[in-house]
Design a protein around this ligand. Structure first.
Ligand SMILES: [Zn+2]
Length: 266
């Protein structure tokens, strides 16, 4: 398993960006604390740059991760600009980076983008200190704009979802064996009762439908329901195991559902 360093931005006298209803330093700390618990539930070792509202200089954040020998570094931030700016983006260092850096950015970016209801501003590169000074693959996440009303609502109300999607992206690349008991507050998948009318039927033709399936599979919970449903319809139980182990990515599940053909879903 991996050593994962999570860096919630700002803190203490540095609030980061300030919205109408929240502050960046508080929003990202909440996500970081949940992300730590979820990743530990997958067997990873996790350290935070801060677990309380304190100020840590940028160089010190990178130094802590380097000294620990972290395998990956994730810096969590809220974006800010004009009131109309919106969307999600991720950054890696704009100098030379390892192939692993690009891959982990891809994994985390694709796990979150288009799953939180705002536009995907893309995978970017920048000369941010924590990206430049860290010695391991490092990704900086800008979840949404605290300066935009509806983006800020996501930052305030969707802490659990942001943490789950980020964890899913990390696990998709770094691996991890889920220990369900070790993940408190995890939503329990609703068991698919034999008598319950499943919303998944067979037949699949258009690209539009494919898009809907991808959205449908946006959350871990929905994936579990989908895979359980497919399993009940006689598809291989190995898919259920792969999904439970976190080894099946969204693309795999989409392929599975396309193979099954999907007509209707809720
Ligand atoms: Zn920030």
């Amino acid at each position: 398993m991996s050593k994962i360093f999570i860096d919630p931005g700002h803190g203490g006298h540095d609030p980061g960006a300030v919205g109408n209803r929240s502050r960046e330093k508080d929003n990202v700390l909440k996500v970081a604390l949940r992300l730590k618990t979820i990743l530990e539930g997958y067997g990873h070792e996790v350290r935070l740059s801060r677990s309380t509202d304190v100020f840590i200089p940028l160089g010190e954040r990178a130094r802590l991760a380097n000294a620990w020998g972290a395998d990956y570094y994730f810096s969590l931030h809220d974006n800010s600009a004009t009131a109309t700016a919106t969307g999600f983006e991720t950054f890696v260092y704009n100098g030379s980076v390892s192939a692993a850096t690009t891959k982990i950015q891809n994994a985390v970016h694709s796990s979150i983008a288009n799953q939180i209801g705002i536009r995907d501003r893309g995978k970017k590169r920048a000369n941010f200190a924590v990206l430049r000074l860290t010695h391991m693959p490092a990704v900086l996440v800008e979840y949404a704009f605290i300066s935009n009303y509806s983006d800020e609502t996501i930052l305030i109300d969707e802490v659990e979802k942001l943490a789950l999607l980020t964890a899913q992206g990390i696990v998709n690349y770094a691996g991890g064996k889920k220990d369900v008991a070790a993940v408190p507050n995890k939503p329990t998948p609703k068991p698919v009762a034999k008598t319950e009318k499943l919303t998944i039927e067979l037949e699949f033709t258009s690209g539009t439908l494919r898009k809907v399936v991808e959205t449908f599979l946006g959350s871990k919970l929905q994936q579990e329901i989908a895979v359980n449903a497919a399993s009940e319809r006689g598809y291989s139980s190995s898919w259920v195991n792969k999904q439970t182990d976190g080894a099946a990515a969204n693309g795999d599940l989409v392929a599975l559902m396309i193979g099954a053909g999907v007509k209707e879903f809720k």
